[in-house]
Design a binder for this molecule. Structure first.
Ligand SMILES: Nc1ncnc2c1ncn2[C@@H]1O[C@H](COP(=O)(O)OP(=O)(O)O)[C@@H](O)[C@H]1O
Ligand SMILES: [Mg+2]
Length: 234
């Protein structure tokens, strides 16, 4: 069974459709990456899956259940977590308070989960009593991802997790995404750093102008000369 199955999704803003019938799958063990030019509708797709932009047609099935248009808080309860591009850490709260807030809906012992996040991102442990706003961009991204992990997600949606980061931090974050996936979390990710993203993904979709343009095993897309020329900058 697919973890996520999106079929013929149509969504947009006001009178305008941005997605014109997009279909994607994420399997239970996969990292799936969406690439495509600016304005293609990638963020709109994730927002529409996560109930932030209401679908106008099509369907979203999550772990066998139809969740089309379901509200974000209900999806979070079912294990779908979304880290938006703007990260949304609470700058005045400490790192640890940010992590605790990630799991405020759970009636669980958070200490073990916090320890797991610190194992994955050791710099956060060192800075756990500092306001999150004082951290570097890369470390704030760790907080944002860590907060999602506090919920023990069954699917993680990441919108450009390396945006605005130095090359070293971008590489580190992508390595951590691989580690999170290896621990059993399926991942659907948008990434501008297309070559690096394809190199670490199982499959990928190329989206242009709100439609599926190409898809396949990431390794094949990486070697495809047309993909290279049009989407990988050479
Ligand atoms: N809140 C919004 N209101 C109106 N138009 C929007 C909104 N958000 C995005 N758009 C438009 O939708 C199109 C797709 O945007 P987006 O999904 O952010 O693309 P991508 O993530 O692929 O760069 C763009 O033309 C953008 O201007
Ligand atoms: Mg975007």
């Amino acid at each position: 069974m697919s973890t996520l199955l999106v079929r013929d999704l149509v969504a947009g803003y006001g009178g305008l459709d941005i997605l014109h019938g997009v279909s994607i799958d994420v399997g239970p063990d996969e990292i799936v990456t969406i690439i495509g030019p600016n304005g293609a509708g990638k963020s709109t797709l994730l927002k529409s899956i996560f109930g932030l932009v209401p679908p106008r047609a099509g369907s979203v099935t999550f772990m066998g259940k139809d969740v089309t248009g379901e509200r974000p808080n209900r999806l979070v309860h079912q294990g779908m977590c979304f880290v938006p591009q703007n990260r949304n850490v609470f700058p005045r709260l400490t790192v640890e308070e940010n992590l605790q807030l990630g799991a405020y809906i759970l009636n669980a012992d958070l200490r073990e989960r916090i320890a797991r996040v610190y194992d994955l991102f050791p710099p956060l442990k060192e800075k756990r009593r500092q306001p999150a706003g004082t951290l570097s961009g890369g470390q704030q991204q760790m907080v944002a991802i860590g907060r999602a992990l506090m919920l023990d997600p069954k699917l993680l949606l990441l919108d450009e997790p390396t945006a605005g980061l130095s090359p070293a931090f971008a590489r580190l974050i992508l390595e951590k995404v691989v580690e999170i996936n290896a621990a059993g979390v399926p991942i659907l990710m948008i990434e501008q750093n297309a070559k690096a993203a394809l190199a670490m993904s199982h499959r990928a979709y190329i989206l242009t102008m709100g439609r599926n343009r190409m898809e396949g095993p990431a390794a094949e897309l990486l070697e495809n000369p047309e993909v290279g020329r049009l989407f990988l900058g050479g």
